[in-house]
Each structure stands twice: as structure tokens, then as C-alpha cells.
Design a protein around this ligand. Structure first.
Ligand code: CAA
Length: 257
């Protein structure tokens, strides 16, 4: 059987590919569990500094949660599906210590757009179509879409996308702040590698602290400014701070381990 998730590494960059192209990479339970294990393992792999997440094939990033799998679920099973997804994968990616770049190579719908939105940034190819069509199925976004879409594009546009179930193209995604860059399909992975390469040159310890401080500003009951002050201070106690500042003073490039 084909592997559900493929991993390749080039230098300090890992590329993770969701591999169910015949089902447009729809997220069934097994794929979510495998993705979760993959992300945890890459987080603990010292040779990896940045991760690119994409979908297999030319048509789709991820076309959503697997509708065939949940079509007969009960209320409790539905709630459990959403909670397990949040905890095991979507929150995990958002809080990963290493930046994850979504390479959106086609449809990013429902759970697929939610997956892209849990990543730290998004680059879309010009054939991308993004939307949260859950209300056409009589359900609502359940992998963080009601929250993360509003954070990224604002409440009004999120309400429009969710209630109309409409899809937007890559250029509207760029205008709305949903994606950071748009490229041709051919250039998508090159652009993601270019961003990941810049990340890989910087202090991984500082990057992890910065991700945590940015996320603190969106967490319930947490003061993001206080989180920043604490993390800023803690940076002064790290070897990477010593290396970064010493390299600057010695007029050389820093070498972060
Ligand atoms: N779940 C399960 N299977 C899916 C799927 C999904 N989300 N999306 C596509 N597929 C499957 C199709 O059933 C089809 O499989 P079969 O050949 O075995 O029938 C295969 O992928 C190819 O799809 P289509 O033939 O439909 O391809 P198309 O080019 O005609 O249409 C599409 C593409 C517009 C993306 C269409 O597939 C579609 O509308 N997919 C569903 C999108 C959707 O509603 N996503 C939200 C899911 S709900 C969710 O995500 C809940 C949550 O927040 C947790």
C-alpha cells in the first residue's frame, strides 16, 4: 500500500507530502494520525530547521476532512473527531517549534484550508482554490476554521467565506491576507524552499521562542506582551544569543547549531 505521508529532506529543510491523490488528499483518521507522528518526529530532528507541507498530485493540497469517513457519525463521534483533530494535529502544527510553510498546490477546502491555516505561513500556486464549504454539507468548519480564518482575514470576510461556502482564488487570498505569496505551479516549491532556506540560517532557538510569543497573543487569557518580555529575557541565557551577538561584533556570519 502507498504511504499516506511522504517525507523528503534537502539540507535543513523537510518536505512533507500528504499522499492520497485519488481522494484529493482528503484527511481521514489514519492520515491525520500519521501526519501528527511525522510532525512530532521532525520537531525532534535536530537536522531539520523548517518544514514545507504540501499535497500529492497537481490538483489538490487537501480537499477537506474525509466526508466518506464521517458521513454516519453521531453527535458524540462528531465532537470527538473535531477535538482529536485540534489536539493531535492542528494545534500541534500551530505551536511547533519549527516554522511550517503550507505549499497550497490546488484545492484547499474545509479541513484542507484549516490545515494550511494552522501552518505558520502559506504560499499558493495560481491554480489554488480555497474555501470552507462545510455548510453545504450541513456541518461547520471543525478543525479551527471559524477561529483561524477570522484571525487571518478579519471577521467580516471570514463570515462571508463560511456562510456562502464560496471558494477564492490565490490572488484574492493574497489580497485578503490568507496567503503570503502567489506563484505559478512550477515555482511553488522553489518559493517555499527559498523562504525555508532563509529561516534555516537563523537561530532555531530564537525562532521557537518567537513562534510561541506570537501565538501567545492569540491565546485565551494570555498576555502576549508579557510572554514576549519573558521570552526576550530568556534569549539572553542561550548559546545562540552569544553566538549571534559575538558573530555580529566579529563581523562574521553566525553559526547556529
Ligand atoms: N472527502 C472524501 N473524499 C473526497 C473529498 C473529501 N473531502 N474530496 C474529494 N474526494 C474524493 C471524491 O469523492 C472522488 O473520489 P471517488 O473517485 O472515489 O468518487 C475523488 O476525491 C475526486 O473528487 P471529484 O471527482 O469530486 O473531483 P472534482 O474535480 O470533480 O471536484 C472538488 C473537486 C470540488 C474538490 C470536490 O471533490 C469536492 O467538492 N470535494 C469536497 C470538498 C469539501 O466539501 N470539503 C469539506 C469537507 S468537510 C470538512 O473538512 C469538515 C471539517 O472542517 C473538519
Amino acid at each position: 500500500m502507498e504511504e499516506l505521508v511522504l517525507v523528503s529532506k534537502e539540507g535543513k529543510i523537510a518536505t512533507v507530502t500528504i499522499n492520497r491523490p485519488k481522494q484529493l488528499n482528503a484527511l481521514n483518521g489514519e492520515t491525520i494520525a500519521t501526519l501528527s507522528e511525522t510532525m512530532k518526529s521532525l520537531e525532534g530532528d535536530d537536522s531539520v530547521r523548517a518544514i514545507i507541507l504540501t499535497g500529492s498530485g497537481e490538483k489538490s493540497f487537501v480537499a477537506g476532512a474525509d466526508i466518506k469517513e464521517f458521513a454516519n457519525y453521531s453527535v458524540e463521534e462528531g465532537k470527538d473527531l473535531a477535538r482529536r483533530g485540534h489536539e493531535s494535529l492542528f494545534n500541534l502544527i500551530e505551536n511547533l517549534r519549527k516554522p511550517v510553510i503550507a505549499a497550497v498546490n490546488g484545492f484547499a477546502l474545509g479541513g484542507g484550508l484549516e490545515l494550511a491555516m494552522s501552518c505558520h505561513m502559506r504560499v499558493a500556486s495560481d491554480n489554488a482554490s480555497m474555501g470552507l464549504p462545510e455548510v453545504t454539507l450541513g456541518v461547520i468548519p471543525g478543525y479551527g476554521g471559524t477561529q483561524r480564518l477570522a484571525q487571518l482575514v478579519g471577521k467580516g470576510k471570514a463570515m462571508e467565506m463560511i456562510t456562502t461556502a464560496g471558494m477564492i482564488d490565490a490572488n484574492d487570498g493574497l489580497k485578503w491576507g490568507l496567503v503570503n505569496h502567489v506563484t505559478s505551479a512550477d515555482e511553488l516549491m522553489t518559493k517555499c524552499s527559498e523562504i525555508a532556506g532563509k529561516i534555516a540560517r537563523n537561530s532555531g532557538v530564537a525562532i521557537a521562542a518567537a513562534i510561541s510569543a506570537v501565538n501567545a497573543g492569540f491565546a485565551e487569557g494570555v498576555d502576549g506582551f508579557e510572554a514576549e518580555i519573558t521570552a526576550f529575557g530568556e534569549a539572553f541565557g542561550t548559546d545562540e544569543f552569544k553566538e549571534g551577538t559575538t558573530a555580529f561584533l566579529e563581523k562574521r556570519k553566525p553559526e547556529f547549531k
